[in-house]
Design a protein around this ligand. Structure first.
Ligand code: NAD
Ligand code: DAU
Length: 338
């Protein structure tokens, strides 16, 4: 059976990807995750079996560990999702983003190359393209990189390292660039889970600036299908954009969450805008459709309603994340503290 190394598999997208791939049973999965604040083993409860789905606690910055993982588990391909992913945190402190997203990606590329891994899928973001005006055409794979936040700059740097490893060493790499994801298991620092949990708890809903920024929302399951199609059918050296044809103003998303949770609109609080806030993202995913046969299947309306139901029906997960109890999960189940 083909063995995949999934980095960042305890995070939001990584854990959805692990669940999806494990349930299909076609691949053996080795998950490597450093379990930062964003990594939550509860996202993977019931999935890790130590045989077909193995969890390893460790960092992509640890070259010796990577060498052992590639050799001990005979890794055939890499799905690289590990990252510092939150823009606001990168504005508060950029250095961890360079360490993980740039140096960590370099370390992983070097280890994968030394192990002659078959394929390396690098999961990146539409934020590397910068920001759009209201009438601009959506980002294509040819749009110049113009990252505006320390987060997106670090992701753009990692994309360029991947490109260089293809060009210089002939490594087999594919890069994916996706728009804003939403769905189960997303850490409640991001817009949709934060607003949902605050609305359910009757807390303030902090909308940055006028709330007229636009994001192109894609359900995480659609993104995960895209990553697997890139692994199986992508052409080496190519970039594939994934987006949900789901452009919405932030304020409209917040109002819809209020309707779906039955909260009161008086909870909305317009707060100071994010510095350097990108005004609009929109993706043209036609290359992924024509070359990979990829299409999003979830509409924002249906996907958002299902997501809010998920948070409502998983109060134990929400409480654990809100209280920080999830950070104790590793010690409880593996017998040693992190
Ligand atoms: P996340 O923050 O939820 O998860 C990141 C995971 O990486 C966590 O489990 C964390 O513990 C792990 N990690 C961090 N540093 C590590 C290290 N040094 N070694 C090993 N593991 C480490 O992020 P996410 O939202 O699931 O995003 C996953 C990937 O997808 C990221 O590369 C992100 O840039 C990209 N992406 C995210 C979105 C989105 O909307 N969330 C959209 C497009 C692309
Ligand atoms: O576009 C893909 C990117 O989407 C990913 O690469 C990032 O990892 C992911 O975090 C996300 O970045 P954003 O900055 O767009 O996501 P966030 O959920 O932080 O914010 C979405 C929008 O909502 C953005 O315009 C800022 C706004 N916002 C966010 C928060 C947390 C608010 O108005 N209030 C908030 O409290």
């Amino acid at each position: 059976m083909t063995t995949l190394l999934i980095t960042g598999g305890a995070g939001f997208i990584g854990s959805n990807l692990v669940r999806m791939v494990a349930s299909a049973g076609q691949y053996r999965l080795i998950i490597l995750d450093a379990l930062t604040y964003a990594g939550n083993l509860e996202n993977l409860s019931g999935v890790i079996d130590g045989t077909n789905v193995v969890f390893i606690h460790g960092s992509i910055n640890d070259g010796d560990l990577l060498k052992r993982v590639f050799s001990d588990y005979s890794i055939d391909a890499v799905l690289h999702l590990a990252a510092e992913s939150h823009v606001d945190r990168s504005i508060a402190s950029a250095a961890p983003f360079i360490e993980t997203n740039v140096t960590g990606t370099l370390c992983l590329l070097e280890a994968a190359r030394a192990a002659s891994v078959g394929r390396f899928v690098h999961v990146s973001t539409d934020e590397v393209y910068g920001t759009l005006g209201p009438d601009d055409a959506p980002f294509t794979e040819e749009t110049p990189l113009q990252p505006n936040s320390p987060y997106s700059a670090s992701k753009a740097a990692s994309d360029l390292l991947v490109r260089a490893f293809v060009h210089t060493y002939g490594m087999d790499c594919v890069t994916t660039r996706c728009s804003n994801n939403y769905g189960p298991y997303q850490f409640p620092e991001k817009l949709i889970p934060l607003m949902t949990l605050n609305a359910l708890e009757g807390k303030s809903l902090p909308v940055y600036g006028d709330g007229r920024q636009v994001r192109d929302w894609l359900h995480v399951e659609d993104h995960c299908r895209g990553i697997m199609l890139a692994l199986e059918h992508g052409r080496s050296g190519e970039v594939y954009n994934f987006g949900g044809y789901g452009e919405r103003f932030n304020i409209d998303i917040v109002h819809r969450i209020i309707e779906l949770t039955g909260a009161d609109t008086s909870l909305i609080a317009h707060v100071t805008d994010r510095p350097g806030h990108d005004r609009r993202y929109a993706i043209d995913p036609r290359k992924a459709t024509s070359e990979l046969g990829w299409q999003p299947v979830h509409s924002v309306e249906e996907g958002l309603a299902a997501t809010i139901d998920w948070y409502r029906n998983h109060s134990a997960w929400c409480e654990s994340v809100r209280s920080g109890a999830y950070l104790e999960y590793y010690a409880k189940h593996y017998g040693t503290s992190l």
